[in-house]
Design a protein around this ligand. Structure first.
Ligand SMILES: [Zn+2]
Length: 411
C-alpha cells in the first residue's frame, strides 16, 4: 500500500550521553528509568545515529525510508533540490553537566576541509576526523527552563578586567593588549599541560572554596569552574577548556527566549533544558571539556575572534497562538504554539514540519490525539487543525526558505 503523505505520529531517539539528567526526558517521554540512566538528548530527525520513526498503520517505519522512497512528496521539490534531504535535526536536551566547548565551520570551509580530509585518507569514523560532512551547523535553541550557556568572547573591557583582577591571569594581560583575542586564545590553547596545571591549579582551588562558602553565583565563571571539579577525584591534569569559561560570555536565557549560534561563534551549554534545532551536520571542532579529539589548529581556523554581545531572541507577536523565532539561516525555522482550550491553530505545511507537544495535549484534524511528550510530522501541502484540550505548548520545526510563513486565517 502506498504511503499516505499527510499527518503521522513521530517517535524520536534518546541519546544517553553521560552529561544528561535522569528525570526530565523520562518524564516528558513517559519512559521508566529505574536505573537512573542519563537521558541527554531526544532526537527527531533522520540522522543515522538516532533516526526517528513514523507510525504507519500501527507499524513503525523510519522517516528516512519514507523520505528516500519519494523525496519530493516528503520534502517538497524545492527543499529536495536545495538540500538533497531533510535539512534539519530537531532535539530536546537536558543538560545536567557542562558540554564541550565547541565551534562549527561555515559551509564554504566545511566543504574544503572535508575534501582535504577525504584526500588525506582519514576514515570518516576515525577519532581524529574533524569534518564528517560538507555542511555548516548553525543552531538555534529555545529554553524550556532557566538555561545557562557560554556564548562567544566577552567584550574587550570585560576580558581585560578578568585578566587584571586575577593574581594568576595578570601575566596574560600584556599579551592580550599586544596580540589581541586571537593571540591570547591561541597561546592558551597551545600551552603545555604542565604550565596549564600550574597556572590554573590555584584558580580552581579558589573557585571550589568560594562556591562552597556560597560567595559566588552562576553569573561568575568561578561557579562553573567549581561545578566542573567539585565531584572529581583531584583536579589534574586540568582541562584547557577552563580558560574559555573566563573568556566567554556567560548567558542565562529564560523559557520562551532563544539564542542563535552561527558558524565561528564558540559556545558551550552549561545547564538546563532546551529545544534545539540545527542543520543536519556533525561538524564540531572542540576546545575542551571533552574526552574527544581536540585539533587546536583547526579550532583556531574556525573561531571568529571577535567580541560578541549575546542576542537573546524573543518570538514574534503570536498569530493564532504561534510565535516564530527568527533565525538567520535557510536550513530551519522554529516556532512555539501556545493554545488554550478554546481555539484551534490552523496551518498549511509548506515543508516537512515536525510538531512536539511538551505541555498539555491536542487533537489534530479531529482524529489524532497527541499527548505531552508526543510528536507528529506533517508533509508539505497538508492542512492542519490543532485543537488543544487545555493549556498546551507545542514546538514546530520547519524549513523556512520554502515555507514562506503563511498568515494563519481563522476558520
Ligand atoms: Zn554547537
Amino acid at each position: 500500500m502506498a504511503f499516505d503523505y499527510c499527518v503521522h505520529k513521530l517517535t524520536g531517539s534518546v541519546q544517553h550521553y553521560s552529561w544528561g539528567g535522569t528525570k526530565f526526558l523520562p518524564q516528558l517521554l513517559t519512559i521508566e528509568n529505574p536505573n537512573h540512566a542519563p537521558f541527554a538528548e531526544y532526537w527527531l530527525g533522520v540522522h543515522a545515529g538516532g533516526p526517528a520513526s513514523v507510525e504507519v498503520n500501527q507499524q513503525s517505519v523510519l522517516l528516512s525510508d519514507i523520505i528516500a522512497s519519494d523525496p519530493v512528496a516528503a520534502l517538497s521539490a524545492p527543499v529536495y533540490e536545495q538540500f538533497g534531504g531533510l535539512p534539519y535535526l530537531f532535539k530536546v536536551l537536558d543538560v545536567k553537566d557542562m558540554l564541550s566547548i565547541q565551534v562549527h565551520p561555515t559551509k564554504e570551509y566545511a566543504k574544503v576541509a572535508f575534501e582535504k580530509e577525504e584526500a588525506a585518507g582519514v576514515a570518516l569514523d576515525a577519532p581524529n576526523r574533524n569534518y564528517k560532512d560538507q555542511n555548516h551547523k548553525p543552531e538555534i535553541m529555545l529554553a524550556m527552563s532557566e538555561f545557562w550557556l557560554l556564548h562567544g568572547f566577552k567584550s574587550e573591557a570585560k576580558i581585560l578586567e578578568t585578566l587584571e583582577n586575577s593574581a594568576e591571569f595578570q601575566v596574560l594581560a600584556p599579551l592580550y593588549k599586544s596580540e589581541g583575542l586571537a593571540g591570547l586564545y591561541t597561546f592558551l590553547m597551545e600551552m603545555e599541560q604542565a604550565q596549564v596545571d600550574s597556572l590554573l591549579g590555584p584558580v580552581i582551588k579558589r573557585a571550589l572554596r568560594n562556591k562552597q562558602d556560597g560567595k559566588i553565583d552562576k553569573t561568575s565563571p568561578e561557579w562553573w569552574v567549581a561545578k566542573l571539579y567539585e565531584n572529581s577525584h583531584g583536579i589534574y591534569p586540568i582541562d584547557k577548556g577552563v580558560f574559555s569559561i573566563y573568556l566567554f560570555n556567560i548567558v542565562c536565557i529564560m523559557p520562551g527566549q532563544g539564542i542563535f549560534q552561527d558558524a565561528g561563534v564558540p559556545h558551550a551549554y552549561l545547564e538546563g533544558q532546551n529545544v534545539e534545532l540545527m542543520a543536519n551536520s556533525d561538524n564540531v571542532l572542540r576546545g575542551g571539556l571533552t574526552p574527544k579529539h581536540i585539533d587546536v589548529p583547526e579550532l583556531i581556523k574556525n573561531i571568529k575572534f571577535k567580541h560578541i554581545e549575546p542576542v537573546i531572541i524573543e518570538g514574534t507577536k503570536p498569530c493564532m497562538g504561534e510565535s516564530v523565532y527568527p533565525a538567520p539561516t535557510q536550513d530551519f525555522g522554529i516556532a512555539t504554539i501556545k493554545l488554550g482550550g478554546s481555539y484551534s491553530f490552523e496551518h498549511e505545511a509548506q515543508s516537512l514540519d515536525m510538531f512536539l507537544v511538551v505541555e498539555g495535549g491536542c487533537v489534530v484534524n479531529n482524529q489524532m490525539s497527541v499527548k505531552t511528550g508526543e510528536a507528529f510530522v506533517v508533509f508539505p501541502g497538508n492542512k492542519l487543525n490543532i485543537h488543544a484540550s487545555g493549556k498546551t505548548l507545542i514546538y514546530r520545526a520547519f524549513v523556512p526558505s520554502i515555507a514562506a510563513y503563511s498568515q494563519h486565517e481563522e476558520n
